[in-house]
Design a protein around this ligand. Sequence first.
Ligand SMILES: [Zn+2]
Length: 382
Amino acid sequence: MIEIANLRKYKQGNAIRLEADINSPYPVKTIYFEVAEEYGFLLSADTYDAFALVGLYLAMNHHTDLRIHGSISKKLYKNLTWYVQKIFCDFSDKLTPAKIFVEGYSLARPTGNIIGTGISCGVDSFSTIYDRFAKEDDPDYKINALFIFNCGSHGDFDNAYTQMVFRSRVERALIVADELDLPLVVVDSNLHQFRDEENKNTILYLSIYSCVLSMQSAILRYYISSSVEYTEIDFSDHDLAGFSDSYLVPLIQTERTELIIDGCQYRRVDKVKNISDWSIAQKYLNVCLTQKGADSTNCGQCPKCLRTLLTLEILGKLENFSKVFDIAAYKKEAMNYKVHSLLHVDENIFCKENVDLAKEMNFPMPLRKDCYVLDNNFLVVE
Ligand SMILES: [Zn+2]
């Protein structure tokens, strides 16, 4: 039995922590969520909702049940019991159904009316912020706060380099939040300590939603930026996001807080197009896989830089992003990458979308049935 108990909220140095004890096969004995003191009012000690999702996953992964020594949202309880477990079981044969025992149902007392989203300064995140903040007028749906969760998605949590990357992301996000005149809330959690090597991504994925639920007293709506298009659900995907993003996320909510999946309405190239004229994106877009700590320049040659820059080149917007990308480095690789995209059009969604966009925009890609040298190999594209 996984057991969660003794929910409390307290001051720790300059931070406020929401914490509960957990009895599980893992050595760590508590789960916590922590924010700076000024944002302490966001954390909700009224219910165990923030602890239920990962608790359920751990119970299913270890073929046992979950007992929460307190109450959770009735809506969340029903959704976890009736629907989410089925999605988890469909996703992995290693997961088995679990019973959830709670002492009752309770609602978080309202303490705010936040409409939030995460900020990574990547394409998905900027597209959501552009649509739901810069272009949105309805105060019920317009973003009024930005969030960063430090729960393991920035690399190996215990590695000093990861913390340096995280700090540089926070610094960049703070500059953007300042320009947009929005508060930025940084949330730390130790949920990553419940990961195993084989389910690392799943725990990190569920941790983000748990962080949102930890602040449900104050958060009315929260946009989750998905990288997966609605038509792209892939039941063979080994990543829970690719497998179920668009239908799992709407089930993770309570009477107080609505999680909205945003971005599934776009292809990736359409998101790049969406933000290509936005000055904030032109100054701060950050997609690079090869960043070294505080250096925030996009290299122009890694797979994420290449696919993003090819989209921008097709759109005629390459030079708009010369402040944040090494465009000269891209131009050296561009021909090779265009040939690569044609060769992999059938099995790689990024290549397919760029090739489709080139056709739509009448952009001249290398001709098929021609010869190219790629990675020192002589190739005929057919
Ligand atoms: Zn790069």
